[in-house]
Design a protein around this ligand. Structure first.
Ligand code: SIN
Length: 303
């Protein structure tokens, strides 16, 4: 029977005695959805997945967004992208610097991201220590940690999120090979607007939905007030007490909740130290639906 063992920290649980290459049972589907809401980041160690199996597992949770810029693991499986620093025949095999700063995936979309699912094919290791950790921040705890006056101030505010903000930030990094987005790529990823405080569909708890990677403006404030409030929120949400580190092992499947967390992939490895992840980005097009929540046996207001 599938086991879920909580890390006992601010985020994280390990899910074992489950084979993700096989179709998920209704029980395991419900257990995973509820555990994701409760723990935010789930690791499934020791999995062996073909790209199509990673896609099939991911697609149980919503529609998979395909990359407009990245490379694919397998042309037959366009839902699965590659994140890697490996160069083959002079060409990067995947997006090398994806996610290397604090952000929330797909907050720039009208339909926001629900979960990212990564499968670790290669993990860099130096002197026995794995590199390329992924850090997470808990946005439910960050909301709870706001002062009452800040909670009242945020009620009803919305933020604009822009894909181009993170893209351009990555381009300023030394050695970046990212070209500017083409007008066609920008048109596929126009900015979007979301409430700064959301109710999490699985837990019914409030989350601070704002991130330094993509949020560019609090729409109801003038520019200076908006800049100041965003800076204050970014500083607040990244305090050590809200952070969790995932240290990768080869064959980990890592699944995280994009509604209730931020993340940051740490680039502490060099070009010859190879990292290769296969990635599916699952949109929140189903997780807000009553049918999805009831099939996961999630009651409104579950805590
Ligand atoms: C991402 O932001 O989706 C990538 C995270 C990672 O490579 O660890």
């Amino acid at each position: 029977m599938t086991q879920v063992k909580a890390s006992g920290k601010v985020l994280g649980a390990s899910v074992t005695d489950i084979d993700l290459s096989r179709p998920l049972s209704a029980e395991d589907f419900g257990l995973i959805v509820r555990s994701l809401g409760q723990h935010g980041v789930l690791v499934f160690p020791g999995q062996r997945l073909e790209s199509a199996q990673l896609r099939d597992f991911s697609a149980r949770f919503g529609h998979i967004q395909q990359s407009v810029t990245g490379k694919l693991a397998d042309p037959q499986v366009p839902e699965v992208g590659i994140l890697s620093n490996i160069i083959e025949n002079g060409e990067p095999i995947g997006l090398g610097d994806a996610g290397q700063d604090w952000h929330t995936d797909m907050s720039y979309n009208n339909t926001i991201g629900f979960t990212n699912i990564l499968y670790a094919v290669k993990v860099p290791v130096r002197d026995g220590t794995p590199l390329g950790n992924t850090l997470f921040a808990n946005m439910c705890a960050a909301y709870d940690g706001l002062s009452d006056s800040m909670k009242a101030r945020l009620e009803g505010l919305t933020a604009t999120h822009d894909f181009n903000k993170f893209w351009d930030k990555m381009r300023t990094r030394a050695g970046s090979i990212r070209p500017p987005l083409t007008p066609e790529q920008r048109a596929k990823r126009p900015p979007s607007v979301h409430p700064v405080v959301m109710t999490h569909p699985i837990t019914g708890r409030k989350v601070l939905y704002c991130n330094p990677g993509y949020a560019i403006r609090i729409n109801e404030l003038d520019q200076q007030e908006s800049d100041e409030l965003l800076e204050a929120l970014f500083t607040h949400q990244l305090q050590e007490k809200y952070l969790h580190t995932h240290v990768w092992s080869v064959n980990d499947v890592l699944m995280w909740d994009n509604i209730g967390t931020l993340h940051n992939a740490i680039p502490d490895y060099q070009a010859h130290e190879h990292r290769l992840m296969k990635r599916c980005q699952v949109m929140a097009d189903r997780v807000f639906e009553p049918a999805f929540l009831s099939s996961a046996r999630v009651g409104a207001g579950m805590h």
